[in-house]
Design a protein around this ligand. Structure first.
Ligand SMILES: *[C@@H]1O[C@H](CO)[C@@H](O)[C@H](O)[C@H]1NC(C)=O
Ligand SMILES: *[C@@H]1O[C@H](CO)[C@@H](O)[C@H](O)[C@H]1NC(C)=O
Ligand SMILES: *[C@@H]1O[C@H](CO)[C@@H](O)[C@H](O)[C@H]1NC(C)=O
Ligand SMILES: *[C@@H]1O[C@H](CO)[C@@H](O)[C@H](O)[C@H]1NC(C)=O
Length: 481
């Protein structure tokens, strides 16, 4: 791929210059960037919210999905071994002219952007996959994108850099670039590589919108497996992802950040692009991205795990860890997890409960009758030592989760051996501003009160505040303490 790689970078640079000129004429794009809602699939604001589930049911389902994602068999051996359909966050994209609003999975573990396109219109029926696996029926369709109704829809030619950048493609009659994209669990999509104008509604500025022309995306017409939402926005570390495509506009830069509101709080999280993605909070810790076995993943070096004065060093001086928003649990190299569990077990003075072997969770406590604050006070901070000397503090909220009424478990499981990497999941990232800068090749973490500090929640109701006291004498009201 090196030839393609060089070619795409050149073309992206060229496109960047041209687009920047267009953008400055029509929007305020390029100033301080923009923010959109980062919607947890189970949250009240999500169309997939199931009011019949208790908070604990939701946590259990999310934990189960962590396994589906982390342990997904690599059916085709391509693209990704981590990414599978159980994604956790969604974002709205407005596509075409006039725009159609679609709610897409936002995924930091893959790169292609694709939408569910209607089969009538600009192109014929999609290609058929050989050897389709039997799969459960997908949820009812919500919005499909109809290319024939948009003035700005274009197909992408087979000789284009974007087409050649695809891991698997073919050329259909009429110079149409057909893509085939597989996820680690065997789910897949295919259709025609296309470009469109994407419009993002900035949550922080009310009516301000950012229009971005010529975003490459897959107009999907064939699917294997079940996906939630109307499409998928890849935010991974490669040139096909939305982050890199937006970053072609010099003023925005290839960067994004999010601030994940704890599960227990009824407010949405923020996903920020451009200057908004700068993590400038006090105590921000920056660590370099390191080369990854799968290029799309954001991989950093995990050097040590610390509790109080006890430090456990990673084997071979450092061990790779993927930072991912789409995995709920954290998966840790066993060489680090075993001593961590021992250390925590020795320090936490709470009545033990049976471990949840079914969930792979090695350390649980009976917290019935205790309040959120009482529980949190008994749980020591865990410090992750990262490459470049950075340290990230995980609080009780980031390390423990209530898996059922009165049962609190360490939300860290042993990393599946064949992954050969740890995964820092989304529980560990709650109430942190996490910024990815692909130009500087860094990831930055800072403690934050996500329900308060981020534009998507500028009007969050007071009752949603992170430090609202839990109703006594109830246990932690939901997934986390
Ligand atoms: C992606 O593009 C950048 C510059 O825009 C370039 O430096 C890099 O090599 C490209 N990577 C791939 C895999 O194409
Ligand atoms: C895409 O839309 C079609 C038609 O509404 C629907 O049958 C299909 O299940 C959808 N596919 C996905 C992956 O959502
Ligand atoms: C969550 O917040 C929204 C918006 O403020 C509100 O309409 C809704 O009733 C709240 N839901 C719950 C379960 O608290
Ligand atoms: C937790 O402890 C309470 C007493 O404080 C007891 O009633 C309850 O059965 C225990 N729960 C479990 C799951 O062990």
């Amino acid at each position: 791929m090196p030839a393609t790689t060089t070619a795409i970078s050149r073309v992206l640079l060229l496109v960047g210059v041209v687009l920047t000129a267009q953008l400055c004429g029509c929007t305020a794009y390029g100033g301080d960037g923009f923010s959109v809602e980062f919607i947890h699939r189970d949250s009240v604001g999500s169309p997939f919210h199931d009011p019949s589930l208790t908070a604990h049911d939701r946590v259990l389902k999310a934990l189960g999905r962590s396994y589906a994602r982390a342990d997904a068999p690599s059916a085709h051996g391509v693209v990704s071994e981590l990414t599978s359909t159980p994604f956790e966050y969604l974002m709205a994209v407005n596509v075409g002219t006039p725009p159609t609003r679609l709610l897409a999975i936002a995924d930091t573990g893959s790169d292609l952007v694709w939408l569910n396109c209607s089969k009538k219109g600009a192109h014929g029926p999609g290609p058929v996959f050989a050897g389709d696996t039997p799969t459960p029926p997908p949820p009812p369709p919500r919005v499909v994108f109809d290319p024939s109704k948009s003035k700005t829809y274009r197909l992408v030619g087979c000789d284009s850099v974007a087409c050649r950048e695809l891991p698997d493609s073919s050329c259909a009659a009429g110079d149409k670039c057909t893509y085939y994209y597989y996820y680690g669990d065997g789910s897949a999509t295919s259709g025609l590589l296309s470009t469109e104008t994407f419009t993002f509604a900035d949550n922080a500025r009310g009516k301000r919108t950012t229009r971005v022309p010529n975003v490459n995306f897959g107009c999907g017409t064939t699917f294997v497996g079940s996906f939630i939402g109307d499409g998928l926005v890849g935010l991974g570390n490669s040139n096909l992802s939305l982050v890199t495509q937006l970053g072609a506009h010099a003023s925005v830069g290839r960067r994004f950040s999010y601030c994940l509101v704890p599960y227990s709080i009824n407010a949405s999280s923020a996903l920020n692009f451009g200057a908004r993605a700068a993590v400038t909070e006090p105590g921000a810790a920056t660590t370099p991205l390191v080369p990854s076995r799968v290029k799309t993943y954001y991989t950093i070096d995990l050097v040590s795990v610390k509790v109080g004065h006890a430090t456990y060093k990673a084997p071979h001086r450092s061990s790779p860890a993927i930072v991912d928003s789409g995995t709920t649990l954290t998966f840790l190299d066993k060489a680090l997890l075993d001593p961590l569990v021992k250390e925590l077990a020795g320090r936490i003075k709470l009545p033990k409960a049976a471990p949840r072997a079914d969930l792979g969770l090695p350390l649980c406590y009976n917290v019935s009758g205790l309040r959120e604050g009482q529980i949190a006070a008994k749980i020591p901070d865990v410090k992750l030592g990262l490459g470049g000397g950075a340290a990230v503090t995980l609080k009780a909220l980031n390390t423990f989760v209530v898996v059922q009424e009165g049962t609190l478990c360490l939300a860290i499981a042993p990393a599946p051996e064949r992954l050969r990497t740890s995964i820092i999941g989304n529980i560990a990232q709650q109430n942190m501003h996490v910024g990815y800068d692909l130009d500087k090749r860094t990831v930055t973490f800072a403690a934050a009160d996500c329900a308060r500090s981020y534009p998507a929640n500028a009007h969050a109701p007071a009752h949603a505040h992170a430090h609202a006291p839990a109703p006594a004498p109830a246990p932690a009201p939901s997934g986390s303490v």
